[in-house]
Design a protein around this ligand. Structure first.
Ligand SMILES: [Zn+2]
Ligand SMILES: [Zn+2]
Length: 498
């Protein structure tokens, strides 16, 4: 689209009645804001769809004429989708500045060669002629006449402490890291803080990197907040235009929001791939209001964050113990020699075979983590000699869901897996081993998560976690130390009984 600039406002080319000179929006120095005309009767549906968002014209199904009237009356603003600084393009939607993620093409919309962002192209093209639309009129009224939370469960002592801190952060618009061990029950810790935010008419977003988690959390939150609309956003979801006081979204979906939320809760901060970290941080910055609170949830903060916590530079609260008051199982380290060389000779290191055999004999289910798919394929026929029902699963496996289900149904005695099962899945009573724990893919955080698969249920709170390695790594040592530290802290605070 092209705009003309005259009488201190912009006008889309299609609505022009005179022959003004037109430009692509990226090349208009600044887009004049219009003063809010209180007498204007604005479109309530447009208000709901656009409040706190940054959308493309294509995302909205209103006539351009109608949309533009809202601009002329100060209810809407056009921002440049792409800006240029020192000859460098910057995508205003996703924050991309990397020139490898920009391309040019002959654009039919502006009739010129247009630069566009490839990084966020799956949400619709943002190019030099693309305006991002935001609402600048009054916010929709969020009614909250009854207390929204109906949960009547109880919190553990550790959860209680964390819950109080979350409430404080929400009230004071500050940042807080909730560092909760795997199996501590971090979701319940959010309920009271969200409740208070909603009661105060605030807008809350719970964001997580994975669609699976959005799908799992949505019904839980709908159940405890039954009287308010909850929007559930992921690629292809139907709630795209639902204006809700509580939004549960993939972090990716935050890219469509703009100054929307008073509270953002970011779940599993560490699970986000490091390379995409900048996009995520940009998305979060854009999506939160300038005065807002930010809660980070994780079981395994990265090294930098751990250091900031120790140095008192980051506000945090730990939940060092699980709900069932048993300590976290501590990893055992076992040297298994040059296992890759052994595999080439179609052999498994003997201590690994032994570890597996003991569990197969005792009917104890287990997971064996392997660093790479190709190694897994090599190992599968070898372990199948021990038991024919052993299976293997990896990220691109089309039967992934069925295989996880078969494990849940106890039909599979041993499941070989890559790191995809490191988080999110819970099997009640299993032992876990890592083969080749020295591999770079097994970061401190991955190893803590893997160890966190063991002993989750109160009926089987113990279990064995073993790292088989060909040389200990710093990540292995740090993972073990982190687990020992949490157990020690939990004992000191009287949060475990055993
Ligand atoms: Zn972009
Ligand atoms: Zn164009």
């Amino acid at each position: 689209m092209r705009f003309a600039l005259f009488e201190n406002k912009v006008m889309p080319e299609k609505l022009l009645t005179s022959s003004e000179k037109t430009h692509r929006i990226s090349f208009i120095e600044s887009i004049p804001h219009q003063e809010l005309n209180k007498a204007f009767s604005y479109n309530k549906e447009l208000q709901l769809q656009l409040s706190g968002k940054q959308l493309l014209l294509d995302d909205l199904s209103f006539p351009l004429q109608n949309i533009h009237e809202h601009y002329e009356n100060g209810y809407l603003h056009y921002r440049k989708g792409l800006t240029t600084e020192k000859n460098k393009s910057i995508c205003q939607r996703c924050g991309n500045q990397d020139k490898h993620f920009f391309a040019r093409f002959p654009c039919a919309r502006c009739g010129e060669e247009c630069v566009y962002c490839r990084k966020c192209i799956m949400m619709g093209r943002v190019g030099e002629c693309t305006p991002l639309l935001s609402w600048t009129g009054p916010s929709p009224y969020l009614e909250c006449s009854v207390p929204p939370l109906t949960w009547d469960g109880t919190l553990s002592d550790g959860q209680q402490t964390a819950s109080r801190r979350v409430v404080e952060a929400v009230q004071n618009n500050t940042e807080l890291l909730v560092w909760a061990v795997c199996g501590a029950g971090k979701t319940e810790v959010l309920f009271e803080g969200i409740n208070q935010a909603l009661t105060a008419g605030k807008r809350v977003c719970l964001a997580t990197p994975r669609t699976d988690v959005v799908l799992e959390l949505t019904p839980r939150f709908k159940k405890v907040f039954p009287n308010i609309p909850v929007a559930s956003l992921y690629g292809g979801s139907e709630d795209r235009h639902l204006y809700a006081p509580l939004t549960i979204a993939t972090t990716h979906q935050l890219l469509r929001f703009y100054q929307a939320f008073d509270t953002i809760i970011l779940d599993e901060v560490d699970a986000f791939p490091y390379t995409a970290d900048e996009t995520l941080q940009y998305a979060v910055r854009q999506a939160r209001k300038s005065t807002s609170s930010m809660i980070y949830l994780t079981a395994t903060p990265n090294e930098k964050w751990q250091q900031e916590c120790r140095q008192g530079k980051r506000e945090f609260v730990t939940i060092p113990a699980r709900f069932h008051r048993h300590p976290l199982p501590v990893p055992e380290f076992h040297w298994c020699g040059n296992w890759e060389k052994q595999l080439k000779k179609d052999r498994l290191p003997s201590n690994i075979s032994q570890w597996l055999q003991i569990r197969l004999d005792a009917n104890k289910q287990c997971l064996l983590f392997v660093p790479k798919i190709e190694k897994m394929e090599k190992i599968l026929p070898l372990v199948r000699k021990l038991h024919p029902k052993i299976k293997a699963v990896h990220a691109e496996d089309p039967k992934r869901k069925e295989k996880v289900q078969a494990m849940r149904n106890k039909e599979t005695p041993l499941l070989l897996t890559t790191t995809i099962l490191e988080r999110g899945v819970t099997f009640p009573n299993i032992d876990v081993a890592v083969l080749g724990a020295e591999d770079r893919i097994f970061t401190e955080s991955a190893l803590v998560q893997i160890a966190g698969r063991v002993g989750r249920s109160s009926l089987a709170p113990g279990g064995n976690i073993t790292f088989f390695h060909y040389g200990k790594t710093e990540a292995m040592l740090r993972a073990k130390r982190q687990i020992l530290n949490m157990n020690e802290e939990a004992r000191k605070k009287g949060l475990i009984d055993y």
